[in-house]
Unconditional design. Structure first.
Length: 252
């Protein structure tokens, strides 16, 4: 059986590999031992977050221009009047259709849906895309994303990226008309955006990726982000009739 998120040629897992079967008391005892490590991991995460809150910060030019649906605006306006801003810097491949856009950025960004809980803590979330606004915003529409979306003009890249690269997650603080960068991460640090990974980590087969330390015979299905050569989230959008073409005049 398939779901709307799967092409018809994808089948369920075909593997005989399973954990050994034991009685509930033995199973619970092993789980309890693992829970000690899980709790220590959680406490260490709390300690790291506490250290993160004590980092110094660096000022950025609050007037740095970005392009949004109503044209050019300064970085300060992206805060939408809130004190804090989290921005994901989305990679872009200019001139490519939806299928050619960044798989990792698509994976991370697709998970960002409900922003009310961030807003309740005076936090704005926005995507700052590497590509031109007119083209990249069509991808935003193709995916059905609802988060604020802006383009970073070439003249603004140095001020915001500062010798890094797109694909970073950045936290900012606003103080009146000044803006400060307080934290950034990338790579696996971006996993905080995607609960899919945490949920898969709690299944017996994990993420099913080759790098994982799994028992012999556990299934490996390649990159979690990709299904049949393109971001897995694309298939339901294509099934709904959305166009892969991001050029001007492309159909909805």
């Amino acid at each position: 059986m398939t779901t709307p998120d799967q092409p018809s040629f994808i089948t369920s897992l075909d593997t005989a590999a399973m954990p050994p079967v034991t009685d509930r008391a033995t199973w619970q005892a092993e789980l309890d031992a693992l829970r000690v490590r899980e709790k220590a991991h959680t406490r260490e995460g709390d300690a790291i977050a506490a250290a993160r809150r004590r980092l110094p910060m660096v000022e950025v030019d609050a007037s740095t221009p970005l392009i949004g649906p109503n044209g050019q605006i300064p970085l300060l306006d992206v805060f939408e009047g809130r004190r804090l801003l989290i921005a994901y810097f989305h990679m872009w491949h200019t001139g490519q259709p939806a299928s050619g856009q960044c798989q990792g950025c698509t994976f991370s960004t697709t998970h960002i849906t409900e922003l009310s809980y961030l807003h309740a803590r005076d936090v704005t979330y926005a995507t700052l895309c590497e590509g031109p606004y007119e083209e990249s915003s069509r991808y935003h529409d193709f995916m059905g994303w609802t988060m604020p979306w802006y383009s970073v003009p070439q003249d603004s890249v140095d001020a915001l990226i500062a010798d890094r690269h797109f694909g970073i997650l950045v936290s900012y603080l606003r103080d009146g008309d000044r803006a400060f960068e307080t934290y950034w991460t990338t790579g696996r640090g971006n996993e905080v955006m995607a609960p899919t990974f945490g949920l898969l980590d709690r299944t017996v087969y994990g993420r099913q990726e080759a790098w994982e330390d799994s028992p012999e015979g556990w299934p490996q299905r390649g990159d979690t982000m990709v299904l049949n050569g393109r971001p897995a989230a694309h298939w339901s959008r294509l099934a709904a009739g959305r166009s892969d073409d991001l050029t001007a005049g492309a159909g909805a």
